[in-house]
Ligand binder design. Structure first.
Ligand code: F6P
Length: 340
């Protein structure tokens, strides 16, 4: 068999480990031919590919980013009427001309939706979920999340000591456009006092009241972890909005830090290397069984798969009754609600 592999959407640590898992299993176990497609779905539109042999897959397990490059190209997005190339049609044509028997799409929610659309159009597609946001529906975990959690936690630990020295409020913004998994986990892992998630409706006056109470109770510094996707005015970052309001409402000295793309770069954590490898290997097993139109997923500790049609277009958000939120509240962590 001949298989194509592409990486699309925002990058994250562990993508190369997944490419290696797919490639090595395909070549060494099944004798398949593997074609690396450049820059996500753009590569299939512009016919930019290279054959991947075993040598090219060596030494990439620990590398950040993606050796194939990525883009946010969505071929199903309606273009301007003056630029009406039928991208899905082109992709199908190039897939057939290349002689592909299957296409592996490594990506987040948008990528899985495109993969589902291509499967519906008759291509043999397998999805592999990745993103630091951990918000892909149909899997317990995406790779990239654990690495980003380490990076964010280490950064907040460092901000902790400087906050303590100066007796300041530190507001730290972590990624998470729709889902607050990274804010919740890094906040809890680093002993955050306030954690604000896109999923929980908060009022900044409750945050201010809580921080003032801490100051009165001889806790003169505090750590506030906010997800970038919280409700806020359009022209301000989440950290700026929360930091500005805390200063205005409490008068306490406040500093802001946006962790940004640091969270997406660098070498994957051991857990992400293992998860990405398992996902990659399992994707090839599905192809060998001709079980197409599926996304590889983790359920408990088992790697399995779910139909792409069940995944596309849905987000996995932090549930309000998540047990970590419940435990955190019992330890007086504030989520910006009246009950804090
Ligand atoms: O990878 C997910 C994510 O990090 C989101 O949290 C963030 O909003 C988005 O990607 C930004 O990525 P880019 O600037 O590459 O589009």
């Amino acid at each position: 068999m001949k298989i194509g592999i592409l990486t699309a959407g925002g990058d994250c640590p562990g993508i190369n480990a997944a490419i290696r898992g797919v490639g090595k299993t395909a070549i060494l176990e099944y004798g398949m031919e593997v074609i690396g497609i450049s820059s996500g779905f753009l590569g299939l539109i512009n016919q930019e590919y290279t054959k991947l042999d075993e040598g090219q897959l060596s030494g990439i397990l620990t590398l950040g980013g993606t050796i194939l490059g990525t883009s946010r190209e969505n071929p199903f997005k309606k273009g301007s009427p003056f630029n009406a190339i039928d991208k899905p049609k082109l992709i199908k044509k190039h897939y057939r001309e290349l002689g592909l028997d299957a296409l592996v799409c490594i990506g987040g929610n948008g990528t899985q939706r495109t993969a589902a659309n291509l499967a519906e159009e008759g291509l043999n597609v397998i999805g592999i979920p990745k993103t630091i946001d951990n918000d892909v529906y149909g899997t317990d975990v995406t790779f990239g999340f654990d690495s980003a959690l380490w990076i964010a936690t280490e950064a907040i630990d460092r901000l902790h000591s400087t906050a303590n020295s100066h007796k300041r409020i530190m507001v730290i913004e972590v990624m998470g456009h729709h889902a607050g998994w990274l804010a919740l986990y890094s906040g809890m892992a680093s002993g955050g006092d306030v954690i604000l998630l896109p999923e929980i409706k908060f009022d900044v006056s409750y945050v201010a009241k809580y921080l003032k109470k801490r100051a009165v109770n001889k806790k003169p510094y505090s750590i506030v972890v906010v997800a970038e996707g919280i409700e806020k005015p359009k022209n301000e970052s989440a950290a700026r909005y929360i930091g500005r309001n805390i200063l205005e409402l409490t008068g306490l000295e406040t500093r802001e830090t946006i962790l940004g793309y640091i969270q997406r770069g660098g070498s994957p954590s051991p857990m992400d290397r293992v998860l990405a490898t398992r996902y990659g290997a399992y994707a090839v097993e599905l192809i060998a069984q001709k079980k197409f139109g599926e996304m590889v997923s983790l359920k408990g500790n088992t790697v399995t798969s779910v139909p792409l049609t069940e995944v596309g277009g849905q987000l996995r958000l932090v549930p309000m009754d998540h047990s970590l939120i419940e435990k955190a509240r019992k330890m007086d962590v504030c989520f910006g609600t009246e009950a804090c």
